[in-house]
Design a protein around this ligand. Structure first.
Ligand SMILES: [Ca+2]
Length: 478
């Protein structure tokens, strides 16, 4: 072997040995842990700190006082799977061609409407680079706990960078929130669902409690090695179920608003208590000051009946899950990043779940690659010295693509540019235009009065759809 090659090999060996040693030793200097908590279907106004007057969320409210609260955070999509895929990859659902939830992609949309749903993939491709894979490359222990909903078994969390998977399957919801967490989904869809990895559980144990038990078990065995915990609660998605004593508490709680549901309120409260348990354990293992903690949701609150219960309303925002109105897209987002965010701070800049990959990539110095992604790093907004000065924030435009039917919704895309938002409906090629600065409720369609602005925004939307090669719905064959 020529000497130069030998030297190169030795250097490479030493470097990889050093990396391996660092990984064995555990914590590299300054390596922060990351805990990402996603609450399924949690609405923008569902928490006390975001203004709900009946629900109780003392632990997350307290956490909001220690973190940076984004007041205009958006989900990448108005339904589950696409937002989750965007969150893990930094790509928009349109670019991923994953624009509807898993079962919706498998079964396709309704056949009796003017359009057929656009094609959507049902499984997050293994070639996609996830944040878990990046963390693991850096020697992190990685755990996914809870809802996954990103593909069949070959695409489960274990295939996307997670050492642990408790509870993650291709289903978007459990048959029941009570142990043994299994059974047929419904009379019309008798598929037998289950939540793996939680047995034994006491009869009647409640799912978010058990998932949190497992998250805590993971945290306690990290022993100083950096970790990424992806805790994706099945709460507060349907079936709307909660421990009876807690439901009774809310049923008899004074001041109950007729639009509030006691069982849903109990679901929110118990999820909140479990978020509190995770934060307590982080303190107990002396990692709270060394851990980035995020709390968010994957889409707006469900404001239509599920098994006879209407879980929530997103007022003053319009509509809810499955639509491109603000109620379907806006979500709570809290980030506590030791050394960056300030306690109790708020940030009004619009951000999206597509931004998390780029944020971690910058903060943790992940290797650059040639992958085209959509999000941008939120670090300038997090840094305490700069988050009051967002005038240098360059991004003005956000896009959504939901070319599918959903109750109250026909296939559509949307663009937000500054404070203006245009929604384009494929049926009848129709648009709506709102000024969110003066009308965040989206009740005053200005498209007839602002034809020039409509033209500009539609051109932007069309350019973007072309750029990401978005799949469009097609006319139903005669
Ligand atoms: Ca969801």
């Amino acid at each position: 072997m020529p000497l130069t090659v030998l030297v190169a090999v030795l250097i490479a060996t030493v470097s990889s040995d050093r990396l391996a040693a660092q990984q064995r030793d555990g914590r590299r200097s300054g390596a922060l842990n990351v805990v990402m908590i996603v609450v399924d279907d949690l609405g923008w106004a569902d928490l006390a700190y975001t203004g709900h007057r009946f629900h109780e969320s003392p632990r997350i409210d307290q956490f909001s006082k220690q973190s940076l609260s984004f007041t205009q955070a958006y989900a990448a999509a108005p339904v589950c799977s696409p937002t989750r895929a965007a969150l893990l990859t930094g790509k928009s659902p349109a670019r991923l061609h994953m624009t509807v939830w898993h079962e919706g992609a498998v079964h396709g949309g309704p056949a009796d409407r003017p359009l057929r749903d656009a094609l959507s993939i049902a499984n997050l491709p293994l070639e996609e680079i996830t944040i878990a894979e990046r963390f693991r490359e850096q020697g992190y222990q990685t755990a996914h706990i809870g809802k996954w909903h990103l593909g069949t078994a070959a695409h489960y969390p274990e295939a996307q960078g997670f050492d642990w998977n408790v509870g993650g399957t291709f289903w978007g919801a459990p048959a029941t929130f009570f142990a043994p967490f299994r059974g047929p989904w419904s009379a019309s869809d008798p598929e037998f669902r289950y939540v793996p990895g939680l047995m034994p559980s006491a009869q009647g144990a409640y799912l978010p409690d058990r998932l949190t038990d497992e998250a805590i078990r993971f945290l306690r065995q990290t022993h100083g090695q950096p970790f990424f915990l992806n805790l994706w609660f099945y709460s507060v998605h349907s079936p709307i179920e909660a421990p009876p004593s807690l439901v009774d508490y809310f049923r008899t709680k004074p001041g109950k608003d007729p639009t509030s549901d006691a069982t849903y309120a109990a679901m929110v409260a118990r999820m909140d208590a479990n978020v509190g348990r995770v934060l307590e354990v982080l303190r107990e293992i002396e990692q709270y000051e060394n851990t980035v903690v995020m709390v968010t949701s994957d889409n707006g609150g469900l404001d239509i009946p599920a098994r006879g219960i209407t879980p929530t309303i997103n007022r003053p925002l319009r509509s809810g899950k499955g639509t491109l109105y603000e109620g379907g897209l806006r979500v709570p987002l809290l980030i506590r990043w030791p050394g960056r965010t300030s306690e109790g701070d708020t940030c009004p800049v619009p951000v999206t779940s597509e931004d998390f990959y780029a944020t971690f990539a910058e903060a943790f110095e992940w290797p650059s690659d040639s992958v085209e992604r959509d999000g941008i790093s939120l670090l300038p907004l997090l840094d305490r010295s700069r988050n009051k000065h967002v005038s240098d924030w360059k991004r003005q435009t956000l896009y959504w693509h939901f070319p599918h039917y959903y109750p109250r919704m026909t296939p559509a895309s949307a663009v937000r540019d500054g404070t203006w938002k245009l929604i384009h409906y494929y049926e009848q090629d129709r648009v709506e235009l709102y000024d969110l600065a003066t009308n965040p409720e989206e009740t005053n369609d200005l498209s007839d009065r602002e034809p020039e602005r409509v033209g500009q925004l539609l051109a932007k939307l069309n350019t973007w759809r072309h750029l990401v090669r978005a799949n469009a719905p097609q006319p139903t064959a005669p």
